[in-house]
Design a protein. Structure first.
Length: 236
């Protein structure tokens, strides 16, 4: 994958019919079709409008934390259990995915908020209601999509430091990834220290920071962080 083709993917996603036609309305109609046919009809939901409002809200907040309790009362939905049902329906319909926090305690994983990711960035761009560039979260979403193709167990890490993705094998940490659109003087210490802390906490010697275009390497004690452009990382 080249940098140019990767930049196009970040804007257009991967729906074949949309890539072939370039008709934006196709992705709006596709979202409505999935919400009505694959979710509302299948699960006997009458309030499709609330489901759609929730879906657009979640799409507009990719890469951020969400919990059913924090949303209770929004979109005319009062029950946290209803939100959990809707999360499950959206995940089963391959519209959204939800990443839990890594912890060796399953109870703590369940109790903590999850991070939201869109299954297709084209659907995100055509249906979101945020007008900010959001480049960092778009890149993070793309990295998640690539990791999802190769890993069943994906988590985020949050303790004294933060790490965007922890992949696992048989329930144990495997690889750690931080995502940063651009490393600069304002965020360097936070991004690097957060990943080093997670590496030390989870006893991993190697970690990766995925960026838009930068390459670098950082060492601390017996740990090494590799900084790679996303397009290069996905091509390896």
């Amino acid at each position: 994958m080249t940098n140019i083709s990767y930049s196009a993917f970040l804007q257009s996603g991967g729906m074949p019919d949309y890539l072939r036609t370039g008709i934006d309305k196709y992705l709006n109609d596709l979202l409505d079709d999935i919400l009505i046919r694959d979710i509302a009809v299948r699960h006997g939901l009458k309030d499709v409008n609330s489901l759609r409002q929730l879906t657009v809200y979640l799409l507009s907040n990719i890469g951020t934390l969400v919990s059913a309790n924090s949303l209770s009362g929004m979109f005319g939905i009062k029950s946290a259990n209803t939100f959990l049902d809707y999360f499950s329906y959206l995940k089963d319909a391959y519209l959204l995915d939800f990443v839990p926090m890594f912890d060796y305690s399953v109870k703590k994983q369940i109790r903590n908020p999850q991070k939201i990711y869109a299954s297709d960035l084209g659907i995100y761009h055509q249906n979101k209601i945020t007008f900010s560039p959001n480049d960092g979260h778009i890149l993070e979403n793309a990295v998640f999509q690539h990791l999802r193709r190769q890993n069943k167990g994906i988590y985020y890490f949050q303790n004294k430091g933060e790490c965007d993705f922890v992949t696992t094998h048989n329930g144990l940490p495997k690889n750690l990834y931080q995502v940063c659109n651009e490393i600069n003087n304002l965020n360097m210490q936070r991004e690097i220290d957060g990943l080093f802390y997670a590496m030390k906490y989870l006893n991993k010697e190697h970690g990766w920071i995925i960026t838009k275009n930068q390459s670098d390497r950082f060492k601390k004690e017996n740990m090494t962080i590799e900084v790679l452009p996303a397009w290069q990382w996905m091509s390896d």
